[in-house]
Design a protein around this ligand. Structure first.
Ligand code: TMO
Length: 337
């Protein structure tokens, strides 16, 4: 009994000694594993789940989606470009089906963004540097040729001479506004005409695509006829010269969907912000990508170029994105810091 007790004590001490050695070995191996994990984390991103970026139907948005995709891939992330629709993408971001809305234009998208934010799950990831405007307007040569005396004031649209110069085969003798695709901001422009008391003499047609707007600009120029189209700035059209019509000033609540009435829906669009929004978990799941998104502050030159590579240069969106990153590498590196 006595002897076996001594043996147990000896074994106990020996065992203790061995377990200290074992712990040291495990500790050493563990620190190697931790060091390696840290090293790879610098290059490789936190989650390997793809970042889902919506792709819409105007050039700068699609090019910017590709710019983000290429930068996120540089950071080590997986990315999916997902065809989406402008207003409904905010609900998809809120629920995490999509992750970012990198071009949120105040005039057309503030409402669906704030509604998603209110329900929870979508966060504001800051503003781009460029101020924006989305409104009806004319190419500068329409003003130079005096096709609607008094432009850019909206009151010029009251004259019969002007209406006649902007009539088209499908406008039943009325002047025609060519709006963008209906999904961009639905009935804002028809309500604008009503609010201005111009709905008897002007009519709104919706273009099927952004390309149809540019085709209309080219055709009207060739035919030397007046044209009023929906357009926005920054855009590639800034370079050639485009003038937005000056409407009664925007104020919060003037539009029908914001509680306005026919007395106020004549209001113009706001000179607004261009925001970025993200799914609420993105800063946790894809930290470096989220950080880049917040620091990415595109100015008018950046956005004008993104559109121009495609709409004037005929590049694919992916090539345009690579070109953008090459042309503005210094800025991209700043946003990556
Ligand atoms: C949403 N857009 C910039 C085309 O007006």
């Amino acid at each position: 009994m006595h002897q076996s007790n001594i043996d147990s004590i000896a074994l106990f001490f020996l065992g203790g000694h061995m377990s200290i050695l074992r712990n040291k070995l495990f500790g050493f191996l563990a620190s190697i594993v931790i060091a390696l994990t840290c090293l790879t984390n610098i290059a490789k991103a936190d989650s390997s789940d793809p970042i889902r970026i919506p792709v819409l139907n105007w050039s700068s948005q699609v090019v910017m989606a590709n710019v983000l995709a290429q930068v996120f891939e540089e950071q080590g992330y997986n990315v999916e470009l997902v065809p989406a629709e402008s207003a409904s993408r905010y609900e998809a971001i809120r629920t995490g089906d999509l992750h970012i809305a990198h071009e949120t234009w105040q005039s057309t998208m503030a409402k669906p963004m704030y509604e998603a934010m209110d329900k929870g799950g979508l966060i504001d990831a800051g503003s781009h540097a460029a101020p924006t405007l989305e409104d009806m307007g004319v190419p500068n040569w329409v003003i130079e040729q005096n096709l609607c005396p008094g432009l850019p004031s909206w009151e010029a649209l009251k004259s019969e001479e002007c209406q006649k110069n902007f009539a088209t085969a499908d406008s039943e003798g009325k002047g025609r506004w060519l709006e963008g695709p209906y999904e961009w901001h639905t009935d804002v422009m028809p309500n604008r005409l009503k609010g201005l008391g111009l709905d008897d003499t002007w009519t709104v047609k919706f273009a099927g695509s952004a390309d149809a707007l540019w085709a209309e600009l080219a055709a009207a120029k060739k035919e030397g006829r007046g044209t009023v189209i929906f357009n926005w700035t920054p855009n590639f059209t800034d370079a050639e010269g485009f003038t937005f019509i000056e409407f009664p000033p925007f104020f919060q609540g003037c539009r029908l969907e914001d509680g306005g009435s026919v007395d106020t829906t004549g209001c113009g669009s706001p000179v607004g912000w261009l925001k970025k929004a993200a799914h609420i978990k993105l800063p946790i799941t894809h930290t470096s990508a989220y950080k880049f998104l917040t620091k990415f502050e595109a100015n008018a030159t950046h956005i004008g170029n993104m559109a121009n590579y495609v709409d004037n240069g005929g590049m694919t969106h992916a090539d345009a994105a690579s070109q953008f990153i090459a042309d503005f590498r210094g800025d991209v590196d700043e946003w990556l810091k």
